[in-house]
Design a protein around this ligand. Structure first.
Ligand SMILES: NC(=O)C1=CN([C@@H]2O[C@H](COP(=O)(O)OP(=O)(O)OC[C@H]3O[C@@H](n4cnc5c(N)ncnc54)[C@H](OP(=O)(O)O)[C@@H]3O)[C@@H](O)[C@H]2O)C=CC1
Ligand SMILES: O=C(CO)[C@H](O)[C@H](O)COP(=O)(O)O
Ligand SMILES: [Zn+2]
Length: 341
């Protein structure tokens, strides 16, 4: 089957390439309908990765957050037209200790190989999950980033001590919002505090117990544990501020991605006996659990509707550029590309 793949060939330039999809294998063929742009895609699109990284990875189809419609399943387990979420992490082995998203052999779409910007995506069948009937498709489009939050919170449950009365989240963007909503549901009795730099974005965290601008944090704020959801240039300030405010033996969950090594106050990590752990990406179980959370708590999906930003219809290749440029200039939220409606 002839397939069109829309690859980033150099920063800010997409080109169409044609490939062949084998219909006689075991893979499920999905036509993407709603794609969502991640900061990782923007780092490639804008050429913010190191030149040697770009030279190694491009040309490559971007996008690892998306849903689509089943076009063909050689085994007939999925029916033509069913709405599914696509899982970008693609393991090639199993390990009883190491999760699929941490195995160094796993490949990740739009990082190690082509992402979802293709007319049809051929996926291993365990990389496809049926979506609930009637789910908001614009929210479902960013299930992947939501599953990363879910994954980090699950690990936090394993790694942190049980006094979880005061939890802080650093960041006022998309990942911080999703993580905070999920924390609200996982730990309903905890006091949830958000620390950000944009008062307008902070005002959207209506379900939190308090929000603070990072330049105006009251002296008496105490935290048992904290999540860093900032990344980039803001990471050092955020992580060091968490180290300042967190109580001894607290756990810090780091999620933000930085291009450069981040200098952090290791002396105080030692003196306070802190646990610091990182999380990246997610696996099938995290997707399943996230979708179950959506099904059992429709209000979670309603909160996440706040994150739907620009919705850009894709009709031709230049619309992808339009969407990526709109995403750069957005005030906040996720940019959704609607394709093959
Ligand atoms: N670990 C993983 O698997 C994943 C990691 N990520 C990473 O997480 C990070 C956040 O992603 P996302 O939420 O989508 O991005 P956003 O840009 O939406 O969010 C980051 C927010 O943090 C704000 N900010 C900047 N400096 C500080 C600070 N010192 N303290 C508190 N807030 C600050 C930013 O404000 P302003 O814009 O005004 O600077 C922005 O609103 C990125 O690095 C992204 O790549 C995303 C998905 C998965
Ligand atoms: O966004 C992410 C997961 O949703 C990760 O940050 C992303 O996978 C990192 O990949 P890369 O090394 O290509 O930036
Ligand atoms: Zn991502």
């Amino acid at each position: 089957m002839l397939n069109a793949v829309y690859r980033l060939v150099e920063p800010r330039r997409f080109e169409i390439e044609f490939t062949d999809i084998d219909l006689f294998g075991d893979q499920v063929i999905v036509r993407p309908t709603h794609l969502s742009i991640c900061n990782a895609d923007q780092r490639y699109y804008q050429g913010k990765r190191a030149p040697e990284v770009l030279a190694k990875k491009l040309p490559m189809a971007l996008i690892h957050e998306g849903i689509g419609r089943v076009v063909y399943d050689p085994k007939g387990e999925f029916k033509k037209g069913q709405n599914v979420v696509m899982i970008p992490n693609t393991p090639v082995e199993e390990d009883e200790i190491i999760a699929e998203n941490y195995l160094r052999s796993s490949k990740f779409r739009a990082s190690g190989f082509d992402g979802f910007m293709q007319d049809n995506v051929a996926l291993n069948r365990d990389r496809v999950i049926l979506l609930p009937e009637g789910i908001n498709k614009e929210v479902a489009a960013f299930t992947e980033i939501a599953s990363v939050s879910y994954h980090a919170i699950t690990r936090f449950g394993r790694f942190s001590h049980e006094r979880r009365a005061h939890i802080g989240v650093w960041g006022d963007g998309n990942l911080a919002f999703i993580t905070s909503v999920f924390l609200r549901y996982r730990y309903p009795d905890a006091n949830l505090y958000i620390f950000g730099v944009n008062n307008d974005k902070l005002s959207d965290f209506t379900f939190a117990d308090a929000t603070y601008h990072v330049n105006e944090i009251p002296e008496n704020v105490v935290l048992d544990h904290a999540f860093e959801c900032v990344g980039g240039e803001g990471s050092p300030k955020a992580i060091n501020q968490i180290i300042d405010y967190i109580n001894p033996e607290g756990t810090i969950s780091i999620l933000g991605v930085s291009e450069n090594p981040v200098p952090i106050n290791t002396r105080m990590i030692l003196e306070k006996g802190l646990r610091v752990f990182g999380s990246s990406r997610s696996g099938r179980k995290d997707f399943e659990d996230t979708i179950r959370l959506y099904e059992e708590n429709p209000q979670v999906v309603q909160y996440l509707e706040n994150l739907v930003g620009d919705v850009v219809e894709i009709k031709e290749i230049k619309d992808f550029t339009k969407a990526f440029e709109a995403d750069i200039h957005k005030a906040g939220g996720k940019t959704i590309m609607v394709w093959n409606k």
